[in-house]
Design a protein around this ligand. Structure first.
Ligand SMILES: [Zn+2]
Ligand SMILES: [Zn+2]
Ligand SMILES: [Zn+2]
Ligand SMILES: [Zn+2]
Ligand SMILES: [Zn+2]
Ligand SMILES: [Zn+2]
Ligand SMILES: [Zn+2]
Ligand SMILES: [Zn+2]
Length: 421
């Protein structure tokens, strides 16, 4: 397919997940509706990741595509029907007999993802070593955390030109090269292993029998305490030692001389647990996908896509596609216009006055962004003779001492007493 046709075929998935509830706004959002070009909901303005949008299926396809044409193809399977690679996510189901009084019931816990290791004991121990609220137990806060991090750390629009908005053929080509390069050079998946075994392998021998028996023997309370003793392996992040018998995370790109506590295997920028241990290794640091890409390319503050065009603008410490430096409320183009930053988003003057301006305690009208104001304890006044007055005797207080009480200001104790008693 030539590039021209490829570009024509591209559309953002606007139907995808529409109507899904916002987990943050709850009832206040009528349901997810994708903005024309921003990756946010038109109804509540939260990101896609705040909504219960992506099914595990769609997430698996995204990660499958990430691993396509990499050395990690063992983690994906191609569906016979459509040939689309899908992530073979390792789901771990644990069953524990629970005895309550006389009845013995079986309690089943499903981890939506677990490290793909042969030895399930290692996978279980790995889970115990990460914070409870981040353990991806189906139906729990941890499973939601994992899904949100998948959306945040590995945006589909950082790897798939078809998820980007109106790219030129040249931008598509540049993006494809960029993705190919990071797949070849920096992308990796963590490995959960016992440091002793890694050391033994490096020395060219298998672990000694002595090592093995210490793992398999049933421990008395004393020997359990002994198993908690520190080993001489150190975590690359926190520099603390690993406890004897605990698994560590290794990153092939970093070399097997480095290891991490499972809870220390985090992105250098956002400090979040690297989702499914998918990392990007650069200059001696671990990054999540988003923050690796940010370290290589400018990202548009409007559409959240990486910018592959030479023409873009910088404003307010962020980068913007020229066509995307727009009012966050009405989408009008802001080049050459007056705008106000509201929560790091530019807003045009009419929208600011309509939606965000604070009103004056004196005249109750909105305060224009450019005019002088007096602000005190979250209350505002026009800095004029008409508005900033003593609430009792109407004496102008500009340049004077004043006594504030809630939204009122007074010139003197006497005036304050008259109004508040
Ligand atoms: Zn929302
Ligand atoms: Zn919404
Ligand atoms: Zn650590
Ligand atoms: Zn990050
Ligand atoms: Zn943009
Ligand atoms: Zn506007
Ligand atoms: Zn006023
Ligand atoms: Zn007064």
């Amino acid at each position: 397919m030539d590039l021209e046709n490829k570009v024509k075929k591209m559309t953002l998935g606007h139907e995808q997940g529409s109507g899904a509830p916002c987990l943050k706004c709850k009832d206040k959002c009528e349901g997810f509706e994708l903005h024309f070009w921003r990756k946010i909901c038109r109804n509540c303005k939260c990101g896609e990741e705040e909504h219960d949008v992506l099914s595990n299926n769609e997430d698996d396809r995204k990660v499958g595509k990430l691993f396509e044409d990499t050395k990690y193809t063992t983690l994906i399977a191609k569906l016979k029907t459509d040939g689309i690679p899908t992530y073979k996510r390792n789901v771990m189901i644990l069953t524990n007999p629970v005895s309550a009084k006389k009845d013995v019931s079986i309690k089943t816990v499903t981890y939506e993802w677990a490290p793909p290791v042969q030895n399930q004991t290692l996978a279980r121990r790995y889970m115990e070593m990460i914070p409870k609220e981040k353990q991806p137990v189906a139906g729990s806060e941890g499973a939601q955390y994992r899904k949100k991090q998948l959306a945040k750390q590995l945006p589909a629009h950082d790897q798939d030109p078809s998820k980007c908005h109106e790219l030129s053929p040249n931008e598509v080509k540049q993006m494809e090269q960029f993705v190919k390069k990071y797949k070849n050079d920096v992308l990796g998946v963590g490995d959960v292993k016992l440091p002793k075994e890694v050391e033994a392998q490096a020395a060219g021998k298998s672990p000694t029998d002595g090592d093995r028996s210490s793992v398999t023997t049933v421990r008395s309370p004393e020997s359990k305490a002994a198993a908690q003793k520190p080993s001489n392996f150190y975590c690359f992040k926190c520099k603390e030692n690993m406890r004897e018998g605990d698994p560590a995370v290794y990153a092939e790109r970093a070399g097997y001389d480095k290891l991490w506590h499972p809870s220390c295997f985090v992105c250098f920028v956002c400090s979040e647990l690297l989702v499914d241990m998918i990392y990007f290794w650069k200059n001696g640091k671990l990054y999540c996908g988003r923050h690796y890409c940010d370290s290589e390319k400018p990202r548009c503050g409007g559409c959240d896509e990486l910018i592959f065009s030479n023409e873009y603008t910088q404003a307010e410490g962020q980068n913007w596609h020229l066509k995307h430096f727009c009012c966050f409320d009405c989408d009008c183009v802001l080049a050459g216009e007056i705008y106000v930053m509201v929560n790091d988003k530019p807003v045009c003057k009419p929208c600011y006055v309509k939606n965000h301006a604070s009103s004056c305690q004196g005249c109750h009208n909105a305060i224009d962004p450019e005019v002088q104001r007096v602000s005190y304890n979250g209350f505002h006044w026009h800095a004029t003779e008409e508005c900033f007055l003593c609430s009792c005797c109407s004496k102008c207080l500009i340049g004077q001492k004043f006594m504030p009480i809630e939204g009122m200001v007074f010139c003197s104790v006497e005036c304050k007493k008259k109004m508040t008693s």
